[in-house]
Design a protein around this ligand. Sequence first.
Ligand code: ATP
Ligand code: MG
Length: 429
Amino acid sequence: MRYSKIFAKTNKSAPHDADSPNARLLAQAGFINQSMSGVYSYLPLGLRVLNKIKQIVREEMDALGANEILMPALHSKNLYDTTERWDSIDVLFKLKGSGKKEYALGSTHEEVVTPLVKEYVKSYKDLPVAVYQIQDKFRDEPRAKSGLLRGREFSMKDLYSFHLTEEDFNKFYEKSKESYLNVFSRCGLDAVVVEASGGVFSKFSHEFQVKTEYGEDTIFNCKCGFAQNKEIAEVKEDDDCPKCGTGKIQTSKSIEVGNIFPLKNRFTKAFGFKVQGQDGKQTDILMGCYGIGPSRVMGSVVEVHHDDKGIVWPKAIAPFNVHLISIKNKDEAIQEKIMGICQSLHDELNQLGVDVLWDDRENISAGQKFADADLIGNPLRIVVSEKTLADNSVEWKERHESESKLVSTENAVNKIKMFIDAPDNLTSH
Ligand code: ATP
Ligand code: MG
């Protein structure tokens, strides 16, 4: 893809109200554009990242055995009358339709998924069932802030599982933790599983928290993996860790990127969703819900992986694998050669499934192109100039390294492909 063809370019200045690194860098680099507080458009580069994150989530949910569906975002008030949540979900956006009809915009989907699954599950033999969707959710958050971390419209993957027995539920719940950790590590996030409040439904839920300064949560944690949300913590800073006994409890600011909840029969009971068990008795169905915010994940990745020049994307979710730069030359013959090499690198890499963003702009200085490459943050920068041409090579610079080197033009495609396929070695900043 030629950068000249992307309509939304980088900006010199940050939005005046950017209150966190992700809000500032994603806007400046041309990934997102704020429409109003907590509501964003995804521009071409930003949409590529969001879609890559969603795809990782999708692969892990499919591997967990869940079916992807898509439920409506517009909900009838009747559904919430059934569960008595019309007035208790404080962030619910409520709308009035024609006549006296009332609706809500989906902030979560228990009210839709429970009667939906009920229609298809006729006997215990049809269980367990797990369905998920990836959709925008709407929440009238009292304080939308920190760019993609807390929006009023945001992307969520929500999964719901239905089980006949506690044992079957627990098995699935534990397996879902593994899937969640896979999602976050594939996205370049080091997530901690944290015990958190179960709300009105059950004693505990589990949150997946990423330690970052702009996070709104506080967790007490130990190096051994023990972690509790401050809201429910039974420990305090400097206590001996109750799990390993040797470590000391530390306090960390963090952001919740995922949350899994046992819902017991809270919703199935409200909708009268029961089946006849093997023993012939009517049994309440047990339910769990499991959320991940792909847009919040995107914001969190930027919080964790950036430096003073811009974003440092993990390979798996970078908008492009390679940022190719052609340096304009006044000599027509040299310029033609530079563009020719770039075109073939671009095409050959594309054929190997390596995405290339080619900064082919002719009226932009080399310095500006380098600054844009750092701001945008693709993992590998390749430069073709008169200088590299003279050496039959291209200049190679990894985004997270400060040194560049020359690689022969002949070997460039193979080396790039190998680099892109190799695992990341990014560390958090
Ligand atoms: P929080 O405590 O941060 O308000 P929550 O517990 O209300 O979040 P859940 O209902 O568990 O959130 O939603 C599942 C996931 O959706 C969260 O783990 C998070 O990744 C994402 N999410 C929730 N609210 C927002 C929001 N306002 N903006 C962006 N992502 C969000
Ligand atoms: Mg939560």
